[in-house]
Design a protein around this ligand. Structure first.
Ligand code: DOR
Ligand code: ZN
Length: 345
C-alpha cells in the first residue's frame, strides 16, 4: 500500500478569492497548498480591464502570508464591450494570464457577462492570434433549458461552433460535469483542455437533494447524475494530459448559503489536495496524480512546472465544521468528515 506521495507542488487552475476581508482570510488557505492559481474575475464590479486586474493582483499578493511563495495568475472578465487592445497589452505585459467567458446570467456575479459570443468574436480572434487562453464557464442560460442540461447544450450550441471557427484558440473548458463534456474534450484538438473540481469527482445530484437540501453541496455547474461523476473519474484516471486541477473553490459565508436563495459555490480550498488524492487512490491511479495536479496545467498554459516538492501522507485528517471566512465563517467541502490523506507540512 502506498503510504506517501511526493510530487511537484501543484497549482490551482481555477478559483475564487473575492476581495477585502474574505480574500484576506481565504488566500492563505490556498497558498498553503498551491504555488499558483488562476484567479476568477467575478468580483462586484467585475475585473474587466488590465488595470483592474493589476490592482486586484496587488491586493491578493498583500494577503499572502510572510515567507509563503504564491503567485496569483490573473484573468479578465469578458463583456460585450471588452477591448481587445487592452487585453492583448495586459497579456503581453504578464498581467493577464487568460480571459474568462461567463455567459451573462450563468452564475455568481455574471450579470455583466457576454450576452452572445458573436459580440466578442473580434476579441476571441485576437486572443487566438496572440495565444492568450480563454477560460470558459460552459453553460447556456436560456430559461427553456433544464439546469441539468445546460452544459451539454452549451457544447452543441456554443463551444463546438466556436472551436470550429477558431481552431487555434486555446480553450479551457472549466469545471466540467458531464460525460458529454468528457467526450467533447477527447474529440477536440490539443488546444482544448478541461479542469475538474474535487466536488464533481465526489458527489452526484443525490448528495444535494436526498434526505434534505444540502446548500453546501450546491455549486454551478450543478453536480449531475452518477454516470457523469463516473465519466469524470474515468477522465482523470485515464492520465490524459487534457485534464488538470481546478478547484473552483468559491467562498460564500454560511448565512449566504443557508438562505431562501442560497449562493452557488463550494469552498474546498482548505483540503483540496487531500480531497483529490483520495479519488486517485480509489481509482487505483495514484501514479497519475502528479500529472493532473502539477504538470498538465502548466504545460497547457505554457508555463514551467514548479520546482518545489510537497508530500501527501496516508494519515487521517479531520475537516472542521467551519473555517475562517473573514467577516463570517464558511462551511468547507467535506465538513465534519475524516479524510485519509494529509498534506505534510
Ligand atoms: O458554484 C459556483 N460558484 N460556480 C461559479 O461558476 C461561480 C462560483 C462563485 O463565484 O461563487
Ligand atoms: Zn468558478
Amino acid at each position: 500500500m502506498v503510504e506517501s506521495l511526493t510530487i511537484r507542488r501543484p497549482d490551482d487552475w481555477h478559483l475564487h478569492f473575492r476581495d477585502g476581508e474574505t480574500m484576506r482570510a481565504v488566500v492563505p488557505q490556498t497558498a498553503r497548498q498551491f504555488a499558483r492559481a488562476i484567479v476568477m474575475p467575478n468580483l462586484a464590479p467585475p475585473v474587466t480591464t488590465t488595470a483592474l486586474a493589476a490592482a486586484y493582483r496587488d491586493r491578493i499578493v498583500a494577503a499572502v502570508p510572510e515567507g509563503v511563495a504564491f503567485t496569483p495568475l490573473m484573468t479578465a472578465y469578458l463583456t460585450d464591450e471588452s477591448d481587445a487592445g487592452d487585453l492583448a497589452a495586459g497579456h503581453a505585459d504578464g498581467v493577464l494570464t487568460a480571459a474568462k467567458l461567463y455567459p451573462a446570467g450563468a452564475t455568481t456575479n455574471s450579470a455583466h457577462g457576454v450576452t452572445d459570443v458573436a459580440n466578442i468574436m473580434g476579441v476571441l480572434e485576437r486572443m487566438a492570434e496572440i495565444g492568450m487562453p480563454l477560460c470558459v464557464h460552459g453553460e447556456v442560460t436560456t430559461p427553456d433549458i433544464d439546469i441539468f442540461d445546460r452544459e451539454a447544450v452549451f457544447i452543441d450550441r456554443i463551444l463546438q461552433p466556436l472551436v470550429d471557427r477558431l481552431p487555434t484558440l486555446r480553450v479551457i473548458f472549466e469545471h466540467i460535469t458531464t460525460m458529454q463534456a468528457v467526450s467533447f474534450v477527447e474529440s477536440a484538438g490539443p488546444n482544448v483542455a478541461a479542469t475538474i473540481t474535487p466536488q464533481h469527482l465526489h458527489i452526484n445530484r443525490n448528495d444535494i437533494l436526498v434526505g434534505g437540501i444540502r446548500p453546501h453541496m450546491y455549486c454551478l455547474p450543478v453536480a449531475k447524475r452518477e454516470q457523469h461523476r463516473l465519466a469524470l473519474r474515468g477522465a482523470v484516471a485515464s492520465g490524459s494530459s487534457k485534464y488538470f486541477l481546478g478547484t473552483d473553490s468559491a467562498p460564500h459565508h454560511r448565512h449566504a448559503k443557508e438562505s431562501d436563495c442560497g449562493c452557488a459555490g463550494i469552498f474546498n480550498a482548505p483540503f483540496a489536495l487531500e480531497s483529490y488524492v483520495q479519488v486517485f487512490e480509489d481509482e487505483d491511479a495514484l501514479d497519475r496524480f502528479e500529472a493532473f495536479a502539477s504538470l498538465n496545467g502548466p504545460a497547457f498554459y505554457g508555463l514551467a512546472p514548479n520546482e518545489e516538492r510537497i508530500t501527501l501522507e496516508k494519515a487521517p485528517v479531520e475537516v472542521p465544521q467551519e473555517v475562517d471566512g473573514g467577516e463570517a465563517r464558511i462551511v468547507p467541502f467535506h465538513a465534519g468528515e475524516t479524510l485519509s490523506w494529509r498534506l505534510a507540512s
